[in-house]
Design a protein around this ligand. Sequence first.
Ligand code: ATP
Length: 478
Amino acid sequence: MSIKHLDKIVSLCKRKGFVFPNSEIYGGLKASYDYGPLGVELKKAISEKWWKAMMNNSNIVGLDSSIMVHPDVWEASGHIANFNDPLTDNKDSKKRYRIDDLLSQQKSKVIDALCEILSIENKNDNNTLDKISHTLLQESDKYSNALESAGVIDPFSGNIGKWTPATQFNLMFQTNSGPSEKSGKSIYLRPETAQGIYINYLLVQNSMRLKVPFGIAQIGKAFRNEIIARNFIFRTREFEQMEMQYFVHPSEDESSMEHWKDKRISFYSEELGIRKDNLKFHQHSEDALAHYAKDAFDIEYNFPFGWGEVEGIHNRTDFDLKEHEKLSGKNMMYFDALKNEKYHPFIIETSTGLNRLFLMVLCESYYEDNENNRTVLKLPFDLAPNKIVICPLLKKDGLPEKAKEIYDSINATHKCVYDQQGSIGKRYYRQDEAGTPFGITIDHETLEDNSITIRERDSMEQHRIPVDNILKFILENK
Ligand code: ATP
C-alpha cells in the first residue's frame, strides 16, 4: 500500500460517513476530525474489543477518571518539566518542525553528515533520529549550526535551510478553571489517561480488595498540542487513549513486560484481524526512553505512509507513585498483608490510541477489487458497523413489506441497513465500500417459499436459503 491509498481512504471515510473533517463550513480546523454514523460504530466496536480483552482478566478492573486534575499531578509526573518535543524553526519559510520528524524526511547522506558532526553511531533507525534530536537539544549552544552544516532541507521550500537552535515545546494544553484566570494555578488537559489511574490506584485497590498483581483499565480522551499533526487521524491534538496500567511486585517487572508484549501483539491479529507481517515491535534505545521508563517497546503497524506506532508498552517502574508520594505527602505504598511487606509496585503500562487503531483497521481492510471494479472494506464481521444490507428486488408487489419484516426480525441482534434504491448490483457495491459483510435480496420467490438470496461481501458468492436459516448461515460464515 502506498501513500496514495491514504488519500483514497480519507475520501472513502467522508463519502461513507466514517470520518468528516471538523468545522468544514468554516474552512476546517487543522488535524481535527469528527466521526460519522459508521465511524462511531466502528470506533465503539474496536474499543469494546479492547475493553473485553482487558476485562477477561479477573484481576483487571475499570476506571473513568477526569480529564482535568489537580495541577500538581503534572508537576509530580514530570510532564511540566519533561513533556517536550525538540523543535526548530526555519528562518526563511518560518515553518516550525519537530526535529525527529524533519529528519525522517531527509536523505541518508544528510543523516550521515549529522551523525558525523554530533559523533553519533548511525544505525539507520528511529533511535538514530531520536539520538540526534536529543543531542541537538541538550547541546544546543555547541551545535546551533549543525542542521545547516549537514544540509538539512526545508520540506516546505525544498531548499537547504537556515535553522534556529533546537528548543523545547511543551505539548500540554493549558487552560483555566473557574471564573477568574488569576485564581490558582493553570489547569492542563490531560496528555495521557495514565495519571488518573495512578492517583486513584489505592482507592481502586482498597474498594475492590485487589492483590498485586492487578490492572486498571481506562478509555478516555487525551490532548497534546502536537507541533505537526498529520497523516489523517494518525496524529491529532485531541484523541482517545485506551490504557491499562498493571501493578506488579518490583521483582516481577521484566516477566510481566514479556507477558503483556505477547498478549498485546496477539490482540491485533486475533481480535482486529491484522496480518502478522504488518505488525512489529520497536524497542526504544536507552537515550530515547521517556523520563519515567526503564524499558519501552512500541507495537508498529505498516501504514501506507510507513511503519508507525499504534501502542506503547512501557515499564514505568515506581517512578510515578513515588513522585506523587513526594509531592502530595500521601503514602502511595501497597501493603501485602500475607507477606507483611510494604512497597511501591512497579507499573507495566499498555497504552494505545483508539483513533490509530481505527486507521489501522481501515488500512488493513481497504481493498481494490479491480477485476470486479469495486472497492471493498474487508472489515471483520464483529467490527463492521452494519452486518447485513436488506434489499427488496422491487419497490412493489409486497416485496418492501416482506423485506421490512425480515429487517425487523434481524436488526435487534445484528445491525442491518435497508436499501431499495437502484439496481441490486449497485446496492451491494455501495455496501461493499462500507464494509457490510452480507447482503440479502427479497424477490417474488420469497413470497412463495420464504427463501432469500444471501451474498457474501468478499467472495461475492450467492446462496439461496430459507429465511429461518439466515442467522445460522451468518454465524457459520462470518
Ligand atoms: P508518538 O511517538 O507517535 O508521538 P508517543 O510515543 O508519544 O507517540 P505514547 O505517549 O506512548 O505515544 O502514547 C500511547 C499511544 O497513544 C500511542 O501509541 C498512540 O496510539 C496514541 N497517541 C499518542 N499521541 C497521539 C496523537 N497525537 N494522536 C493520536 N494518537 C496518539
